[in-house]
Write a new protein. Structure first.
Length: 239
């Protein structure tokens, strides 16, 4: 079955279809048709396709015909963590084991304001529900606030990708607005990579950001991340 060849990420009210880059053109055509008409997918508020840039424009036209609209274009990167340099830990990191969930949600929400990535269709409570549903009990170690001299400057959410043993990902990374442009994102992201390696035992990291987010792309490059693919994000939402 075509569904067995791709990955489904399920949240509280959304499903995202990933890893279609290994499909042939015909297989992707079949996948789009099946998923777009699948009754079980119609029940969720948001259905998302990640369409690799290796596919023809015909697949984009096909998605649009099924009610999908392009939401963003994303660059994916990878970083081998096995030979990660010993970067200095600059900031104090506190997880939900040490801070109230409301405190974390407040800093996360601030970190999302004015982001150069496409805006999320989830509110903050739905974001938290999705993290917990996707990661299970380990989400309390994933949700972290970074502090400098006791002041929250941003969030970093490292975790092991479900279904893998050593693929590290950062669910979300962001600085609060007043801390942007102060050269703090790079050292914080480096700490996130070190957490993936040392705390979560990841051997490599996968990350992504919008093509419009040049500052984050510069952070990736400074941290030794290599661009692996470019995908278009197509979404269909229930009215």
């Amino acid at each position: 079955m075509i569904y067995e060849k791709v990955k489904f990420v399920e949240g509280e009210n959304f499903i995202t279809i990933e890893e279609g880059d290994q499909l042939s053109e015909q297989e992707m055509k079949e996948l789009i048709n099946q998923a777009a008409q699948d009754d079980s997918f119609r029940k969720v508020d948001h259905l998302t396709f990640l369409l690799d840039d290796t596919f023809s424009t015909e697949r984009e036209v096909q998605l649009q015909a099924h009610g999908f609209r392009m939401h963003d274009e994303v660059i994916f990167v990878s970083r081998d963590l096995r030979q990660l340099p010993e970067w200095t830990e600059v900031y104090e990191i506190k997880s939900l084991r040490e801070i109230p969930e409301e405190t974390f949600k407040d800093v996360w929400e601030k970190s999302m304001k004015g982001s150069l990535n496409a805006s999320s269709y989830l509110n903050m409570d739905e974001q938290m529900q999705s993290v917990e549903k996707e990661l299970g009990p380990s989400y309390i170690d994933t949700c972290n606030v970074a502090y400098e001299d006791g002041v929250p400057i941003g969030v970093v959410l490292p975790h092991i990708e479900p279904g893998t043993e050593d693929e590290g990902r950062i669910f979300y990374f962001g600085m609060v607005p007043e801390q942007r442009g102060k050269r703090k994102a790079e050292p914080l992201y480096k700490q996130g990579l070190m957490m993936l390696k040392d705390q979560f035992c990841a051997s490599y990291s996968v990350g992504g950001t919008s093509v419009n987010n040049q500052p984050m792309q510069k952070v990736f490059a400074a941290c030794g991340c290599v661009v692996t693919s470019r995908v278009k994000v197509y979404k269909r939402s229930r009215s």
